[in-house]
Structures are given as C-alpha cells and as structure tokens.
Ligand binder design. Structure first.
Ligand code: PEP
Ligand code: MN
Length: 398
C-alpha cells in the first residue's frame, strides 16, 4: 500500500476530497510502480532549450486546452492539437527567424483549480464543481461530480498513448538545438498525490517529475510555504509559476529563492497573467521591486487568465482586443526594463470554436456563443491565436 499521501506534509489548497481514500491508495501504489511517462533526458533537453530563451535567443509558444477532456484525447485529436501548436510556432519562426520552443497544454492537462467549490445550476440547485477529468466528470450531476481516484490511472494511460503519438519531432525552419522540433507537453501540477506518485530518481541524486517535462504551478497554489511550491522545488524539471496582478516583489523573490536559488537559466519561468487593465501598472511595479533579480527567470505572457469576462448570455468569454492589448503591454514593459519577452502562453483549440469574441460589444449579445466546447475556460480558435502570434512576432523584432 502506498503512503504517498502521507509524504505531503505542508499546506495544500485546491485538492479534491477524494472520499474513497482506500481506492486512492491503491491507485497511487499502482502509479508508483508504473514506468516514467517522460524520461529525465527529455526534461533536461527542454531545460537546455529554455536556457536559450532565458538568454534571449529563443521564444516559447505554449498553447492548448484549459481543461482537457479524456474523450478529446484520442490519437487523432492529439495529432490535431500538436499540429495547431506547431502551426503557431512555425508562424512565429517564419516572421521573426527566432527559434521557437513548442510546449503543448495537452496530453495531461486534466486537473483544474477552481474559485468556487460549488456550481450553481439554473434550477437553483448546486453540484460540486468540475475539477478536471483526472478528478470528476464535467456533466453537471452529483454522480458525475463525485471524485473518482481511478481517473488518475486513465490520465496516466492517455498521456502514455499521447506521448507515443507525439514521439516523432517535426521538421521546422530550425530550433535552438536541431532542425527538428519536439512537441513538449505540460500541465498544471495541481494534484499532489498524482505528481508525487510519478516522481522518479534522476541521475544527480535528486528527483524529477515524470508526468511531463514542463509543469507549472497556478496562481491559486503558488504560496511559497505550501506543498505545490515544495513539489516544484524538489524536482529538477524546468518549472513555471503563474503570476497575477497582486503578486508583490516579496512574493516573487520568495519564489526565486525557493525554485531557482542557483539562478540557472531555463529552470524557472514566470507566467504573467495580470489582465489588460492592470498589467501596465502591476508589471512595472513588480519588475522595479525585483531589480536585477528579475533576470533570474524567463518571463512569459499569459494574456488569457486576467481577461476572463461573462457574456450577457452568461458564458465565460474573453475579448480578443483585451488579449492583444495585454500582449502589447507585456512586450513594451519588458523592453523598458531591459528584459527579454520569453514567450506566449495561450488557451487555444485546434477547431473553429467561438468561445472568445472579437470585441467588447460582442459580450452584450444575449444569444449563447454557438460553438462553445471548452469544459472550462474559453479558448482562442486558430485564426484568433494566429492574430496573437502575429502581434507577438512583430513586437519581438521591433
Ligand atoms: C489555467 O492556466 O488554466 C489557470 C487556472 O490559470 P491561473 O492559475 O493563472 O488562474
Ligand atoms: Mn484556464
């Protein structure tokens, strides 16, 4: 029987109430004995590529689902998501001649932090909130929303199958280390039991997370003295942390101290998601407060999570002009501080979804958005994502 649960001593938020704890223990014991999903070599290769980003000679495009569905994880769909990611990477490279490190938000993006533990239904009743397919089902019924530890095994299995599908790197204009661009995968490191069960020994006497080469810690779980940052500190993978508009220089200094004490280029990425309204004041204040230490991390822009709105029909959406405005301000502020804008972090779909709208006036429409397929946050469609990449490319070479 695994004691993985007992190995998480510090405070943890956003964890499921699994209820079926014996099942969880059996599942974790099973996962602990399974092969690593990704090798130490792959995580090290990504860290090397990210070191080029840290030095200002490469750029990251990280894109994919907010909440990935098991039903949307067939080999065919994984191919479609990877193709969409590489299309954006190729576009940026062709416009800038800057090599792009391509990181998918898929093949494991199965767990979500939520602001409210309950979801209110139109009939006035409520059900536990959807926490991602690794935890419960998206269907708004009490039965579907019951956490099921066996879903962790399904998450593992689907990532294993997806990695087999993604094994072949793609020819590109040329990456930092070769002419073939690997598809790196990533997800939010949210479910502590799952991540701990998949920790493996590395060749330097430490441990690495074998669930994905790149993991990030979300805005809601980045407290420097909590278990998620303990996890990120304990692994040798490159890691990201989301940084919202209320992050102080002291908060980020604590993250630099804990996650990258040796200031290794490529080890730590700060993913700024402040919102178009606030980034213009919050990011300069943060960078001023950090001073030269700001150069110890890669800085990326996530122009999605600070720009979530609700339409008149009650759907979560984002306005493309807000997304573009945040990207523009991010590049401007980084340049003014003598820092490299290291990448774009997008929620995007390989299909022509209509989850994000073009302009603020579109939010007033009371007709529900017609093609809304996301199980959580609204994603850009390929044309919208291309517009964001074109803007970023023009700013990167300006
Ligand atoms: C996300 O990336 O889907 C997310 C929840 O982001 P954040 O932690 O920045 O809110
Ligand atoms: Mn999201």
């Amino acid at each position: 029987m695994s004691n993985t649960r007992l190995l998480i001593p510090s405070r943890a938020v956003q964890q499921p109430d699994w209820t079926r704890w014996d099942d969880l223990d059996r599942v974790l014991a099973e996962l602990s004995g399974r092969p690593a999903l990704v090798s130490e070599e792959t995580t090290a290769a990504l860290r090397e590529e990210l070191a080029f980003v840290a030095r200002g000679t490469a750029f990251v495009v990280q894109a994919g689902d907010c909440a990935e569905l098991f039903s949307d994880s067939t080999p065919e769909r994984i191919r479609a998501k990877a193709t969409a990611l590489h299309t954006l990477g190729d576009l940026f490279e062709s416009l800038t001649k800057i090599p792009v490190v391509r990181i998918g938000r898929f093949a494991g993006q199965y767990a979500k932090p939520r602001s409210n533990p309950w979801e209110q239904l139109p009939d006035g009743s409520r059900v536990p909130v959807y926490r991602g397919d690794a935890v419960n089902g998206a269907e708004p019924t009490a039965a579907a929303r019951q956490p099921d530890p066996h879903r962790l095994l399904r998450a593992y299995e689907l990532t294993r199958q997806a990695l087999a599908e993604l094994r072949t790197p793609r020819p590109t204009a040329g990456t930092v280390t070769s002419v073939l661009a690997p598809t790196y995968i990533s997800h939010e490191a949210l479910l502590l039991e799952y991540e701990h069960a998949l920790l493996r020994s590395d060749t330097h006497g430490g441990r690495y997370a074998s669930s994905a080469p790149f993991l990030w810690i979300g805005e809601r779980t980045r407290q420097p003295d909590h278990a998620h940052i303990d996890l990120a500190a304990a692994i040798s993978n490159p890691v990201g942390v989301k940084v919202g508009p209320d992050a102080s220089a002291a908060d980020v200094t604590a993250l630099l101290d804990r996650l990258n004490p040796a200031a290794r280029p490529g080890r730590l990425t700060l993913i700024v998601r402040m919102g178009a309204q606030r980034i213009g004041t919050a990011l300069p204040a943060l960078l001023d407060g950090l001073g030269p230490r700001a150069a110890e991390a890669i800085w990326m822009t996530d122009p999605m999570h600070g720009n979530t709105r609700t339409t008149a029909a009650g759907q979560k959406s984002r306005v493309l002009t807000d997304v573009l405005a945040e990207v523009q301000t991010f590049f401007t502020v980084m340049r003014a501080h003598g820092l490299h804008a290291g990448g774009l972090h997008l929620e995007s779909a390989p299909d022509d979804v209509t989850e994000c709208v073009a302009s603020p006036a579109d939010l007033d429409d009371e007709t529900p958005l017609p093609r809304y397929e996301s199980a959580c946050d609204p994603r850009l469609n390929p044309a919208q994502a291309e517009e964001v990449v074109r803007l970023a490319a023009s700013l990167a070479v300006a």
